[in-house]
Design a protein around this ligand. Structure first.
Ligand code: ADP
Ligand code: MG
Length: 268
């Protein structure tokens, strides 16, 4: 008997960028006509050397930066057409983890208060991936820390009492707390010791698989992007010069700039 081959269901689009352009006042274009799509559960990798426009593109899609031209669709809604108050609402569907973990925390707040900030702001309760019996704030916060392998005793600490890697773990716990449609990770391990970097990348990957998260993973380090992402985009001087699946990275017909990055590749 012949088995019917069911087509693999395509996941819904979370984010679609169309022809995004951005020039800072008086400067050259930092982002030149970039388009891409991220589907649910996907990790899209963006690689390029420092100054190539990766963070500008991230800030544009997070609507932290006004674009000159183009379209940004989040879960089918055109962010480029929304009013300021509608945008505030839509922005909640995205969370971001930046390079510098110290800058992401208010030094005067305990880790517990920082962690619960998005849940409180959005009037949300316990995230669905935690035990639904977790009703107290302390319980929710401690279970969120458990997800990133930090002990509950850290809840009473201040950011200055945590290492860079621990702060970045707490930032990741905070990002997942409101179950966002998309998490933008802009060089999340660049400021960490090399020995810590791999552990944080592993954590991000495990959480993605467990919770079905969608990521835009940005790094200047091709090996990190290759480890994290099925699909890689290569950016140079504001342009997308190459797009490939991870396993196609080593093919001979790659763009010359991708090949340059590959020379620095640490594939261990
Ligand atoms: P990357 O994240 O890839 O290192 P950026 O997006 O930070 O790149 O920078 C891209 C270009 O835009 C660079 O030439 C940088 O100097 C310029 N740039 C970035 N931020 C600003 C800003 N706030 N004002 C003016 N120019 C900026
Ligand atoms: Mg950057």
């Amino acid at each position: 008997m012949q088995l019917l081959q069911m087509p693999k269901l395509e996941q819904p689009e979370v984010l679609r960028l169309k022809n995004i352009w951005k020039t800072y006042h008086g400067g050259h274009p930092a982002v030149k006509g970039i388009s891409f799509t991220i589907r649910r559960g996907e990790c899209l990798g963006l690689v390029g050397e420092s100054g190539s426009g990766k963070s500008t593109l991230a800030r544009c899609l997070l609507t932290l930066e006004r674009i000159d031209k183009g379209e940004i669709w989040l879960n089918g809604r055109p962010l480029h057409e929304l009013t300021t108050s509608q945008l505030r609402q839509a922005r909640r569907e995205m969370q971001v983890v930046f390079q510098n973990p110290s800058g992401s925390f208010n030094s005067k707040l305990t880790i517990m208060d920082s962690l619960l900030e998005p849940i409180r702001c959005q009037n949300k309760g316990c995230p669905s991936f935690l035990d639904s019996l977790s009703t107290s704030e302390w319980e929710i916060a401690s279970k969120l820390l458990e997800k990133v392998h930090l002990p509950a005793s850290y809840l009473a600490r201040y950011p200055s009492e945590l290492s860079g890697g621990q702060k970045q773990r707490a930032a990741i716990a905070r990002a997942i707390s409101v179950e966002p449609s998309l998490i933008v990770l802009d060089e999340p391990t660049a400021s960490l010791d090399v020995s810590i970097q791999a552990r944080v990348l592993n954590l991000l990957k495990d959480l993605q698989e467990e919770l079905g998260l969608s990521y835009l993973f940005i790094s200047h380090d091709l090996s990190a992007v290759h480890f994290m992402s099925e699909l890689l985009m290569v950016m140079q001087q504001g342009e997308m010069v190459d797009v490939c699946k991870g396993k196609e990275l080593f093919a001979s017909n790659r763009h010359s700039y991708t090949k340059q990055l590959l020379e620095l590749f640490d594939g261990d």
